[in-house]
Design a protein around this ligand. Structure first.
Ligand code: KG4
Ligand code: ZN
Length: 346
């Protein structure tokens, strides 16, 4: 029997509604992005984001339903991101999801955004083997997760300060590039020369699986500052290239270390930063050497979307993890919250 899940994602600056069949088949995937509005400010303005979600949610929902060729009666559940993210933005999606679930008498599934990013890998891809390790790298999060089975696992390591995507966004802004910074840095780094700068890679000599990008960020900002003080042109492309390499090195090194410590056959790379081509290629090469398969979602499922929420929601539903109408939104993952709220402890 097919299970059709209507999924909603409004945790940051994308208003997204998707309809996913059996956790893998994408029947509709509509995204209304707000990038243009926030670009003006060099980052997401939470108040504007929530207001835009309110304007966008109904048209995006209707467009998604129309695209799927389904009627609400053919839906089996409503899944929605309830955290972590911007609270006002999350509340828009969550309230809308509650209303739909109530109106159509459907189970309500509150999905963790980081877990949703990870489940993007399962879209249009049923051939994934457990146990696995996932590197989830987005604008708000950088985590290595060990999954024994669906929704059963633990966090192996996360960032102590900035998320990888956040570092991309901040450095891009400092270099006078647009928002979001990741694609801008990737684009301009292609024009840079190798080995003109070498920035520090955090924890590269330590035996742990945590990340840190604030030292790298300061080093890059100091370098830019030196050029500005001397009234010299900042070599934007060269700095962007060395910065991108340092971020990729830190992410790849820790992931390979995790694979050596916790043997798995499959690694998932997900989240907005997983769209980065240097990261994809470097991680692929390193994992090939370990005979480990790298799985990454289609680029359109890397940055925020609701299809990934529908993929995760399917497994929540299978496991009987449903929410009642008292469920709230939350801004950040508390220590271990992912394991308590979302993953069953292993
Ligand atoms: O997953 P996502 O859409 O939102 C969050 O959950 O945070 O990730 C957005 C982040 C932004 O920081 C953006 O700069 C980064 O993903 N990003 C990239 C690339 N495309 C998006 N970072 C590096 N290279 C890219 N090609
Ligand atoms: Zn995200």
């Amino acid at each position: 029997m097919n299970r059709n899940i209507l999924a909603i994602e409004t945790s940051c600056d994308e208003t997204a509604v998707a309809i996913i069949q059996n956790g893998t088949r994408v029947l509709a995937n509509e995204v209304a992005t707000q990038i243009d509005v926030h670009n003006e400010y060099g980052g997401v303005v939470p108040e504007i984001a929530s207001r835009r979600h309110i304007n966008n949610i109904v048209p995006v929902y209707l467009a998604s339903l129309e695209r799927s060729n389904l009627t609400p009666n053919e839906l089996d559940a409503v899944a929605v991101t309830n955290g972590p993210g911007l609270i006002g933005s999350l509340l828009t999606g969550l309230s809308f999801a509650k209303a739909l679930a109530f109106g159509y008498n459907l189970p309500l599934i509150a999905v963790n955004h980081i877990i949703a990013h990870l489940y993007a890998a399962f879209l249009e891809n049923e051939d994934i083997k457990f146990p696995l390790i996932a590197l989830v790298v987005s604008g708000g999060h950088t985590q290595l997760i060990y999954l024994e089975d669906h929704l059963k696992g633990r966090v192996l390591g996360k960032t102590r300060d900035d998320a990888a995507g956040e570092a991309f966004d901040k450095i891009a802004r400092r270099l006078g590039l647009g928002y979001p910074g990741g694609p801008e840095i990737q684009r301009i780094a292609k024009e840079g020369s190798e080995d003109t700068f070498k920035f520090p890679v955090a924890f590269s000599n330590e035996e742990n699986l945590e990340f840190s990008f604030s030292g790298l960020k300061s080093a890059v900002i100091n370098e830019i500052h030196k050029f500005e003080q001397r009234n010299e042109t900042v070599p934007v492309a060269n700095i962007a290239k060395a910065f991108e390499q340092a971020v990729v090195e830190a992410l790849v090194e820790n992931t390979v270390r995790a694979v050596k410590k916790f043997p798995v056959e499959n690694v998932i790379l997900a989240g907005g930063v997983a769209a980065n081509l240097l990261l994809r290629e470097t991680l692929q090469d390193s994992l090939n050497k370990q005979n480990v398969r790298l799985i990454y979602p289609n680029i359109k499922f890397c940055t925020d979307n609701a299809a990934m929420v529908g993929a995760a929601g399917y497994y929540y539903l299978n496991e009987g993890i449903v929410s009642d109408y008292s469920i709230d939104a939350y801004a950040s993952n508390l220590e271990g919250e992912c394991l308590i709220n979302v993953c069953k402890e292993s």
